[in-house]
Design a protein around this ligand. Structure first.
Ligand code: GSH
Length: 282
């Protein structure tokens, strides 16, 4: 699989890269960013932390505003930030021209309904295609992967980890959508991408996955108490209830005064990187 280097710059002793490739999953070109920490010996494999972004984002939002590099360099872990959907003139977009669906809002699932199913296959892109590409081109230790994400990307991190047992050593999230079946952003996406049908939706809903028996060892979630999406879209209390019922240890930190933005994410990013690094380097 061919990889085009868009840019590579030195940062914190490592290399922050941006790369483009032709994707079979989305049948479009896809761009992602990857930070490689300074390595004791060039080519020695390092663990990999995935970061899935939220609505409207590309790889660039967290790369420019996430402030993850110092912590990743210190811990010796790589950080990969994929795009949130396929893009381009041939890719369908929100029928109403809104920002919460379509391009920039792939929801990390494989769509089954047209016109979405041709391109919107972010689940297999993230779980299969991109890892194979990373393994081929970078010194990443693919036996040591963890995953985090923000908002729609928090939903992606949680649902991919819950539905791929053993794949990720640890999972955390910033202000995640935890019950897409029960909130407007999620219902719109699930209806368009998957069609009607609660049984199908449950496989892409963190709370439902847990209710249906999926498990992870533990969860770390940060959420801002001043997040404008808290009550209507994020509803962390549903995750608290599901984890309590299932016996999943959940550290849910309600951060006073913080909103939904990268000012919030970057404040707690080093905590998340350190938490994952502990588990990746065990
Ligand atoms: N202000 C956003 C609302 C959507 C939003 O807050 N998106 C979050 C993810 S759900 C985000 O990370 N936006 C990009 C950024 O802050 O850089 C817009 O209207 O485009």
């Amino acid at each position: 699989m061919t990889l085009e280097t868009v840019s590579e710059v030195k940062s914190h002793g490592g290399v922050q890269g941006v790369y483009r490739h032709a994707s079979a999953a989305t049948t479009t070109d896809m761009v992602f960013s990857l930070f490689l920490p300074p390595q004791p010996e060039r080519g020695e494999p390092v663990p990999l932390l995935w970061y899935l972004s939220g609505l409207t984002c590309t790889h660039a939002n967290v790369t420019e505003k996430g402030e993850f590099r110092e912590a990743c360099a210190r811990a010796g872990i790589a950080f990969i930030a994929p795009d949130t959907s396929p893009r381009g003139p041939d890719v369908p977009d929100d029928p109403e021209g809104l920002w919460d669906f379509g391009q920039g809002a792939g929801f990390y699932l494989d769509a089954t309904q047209q016109p979405w199913a041709t391109h919107f296959n972010m689940r297999r892109y993230i779980l299969d295609e991109l890892p194979a590409l990373v393994a081929q081109h970078f010194p990443a230790d693919m036996t040591r992967q963890s995953i985090t994400g923000h908002s729609m990307g928090g939903h992606g991190a949680l649902t991919l980890a819950l539905s791929s047992p053993g794949r990720f050593r640890s999972v955390s999230a910033f202000a995640p959508i935890v019950a897409p079946r029960q909130v407007p952003w999620g219902r719109k996406a699930l209806r368009h991408y998957l069609g009607e049908g609660d049984a199908v939706w449950r496989a892409h809903d963190t709370v439902a996955l847990i209710e249906d028996g999926a498990r992870v060892d533990e969860l770390l979630v940060d959420i801002g108490e001043a997040d404008p999406f808290l009550e209507k879209e994020l509803r962390p209390e549903l995750l608290e209830d599901a984890c309590a019922d299932a016996g999943i240890p959940l550290t849910l930190r309600r951060q006073a005064g913080y909103d939904h933005s990268y000012y919030f994410i970057s404040t707690f990013m080093a905590d998340h990187v350190g938490w994952h690094a502990e588990r990746l380097n065990r």
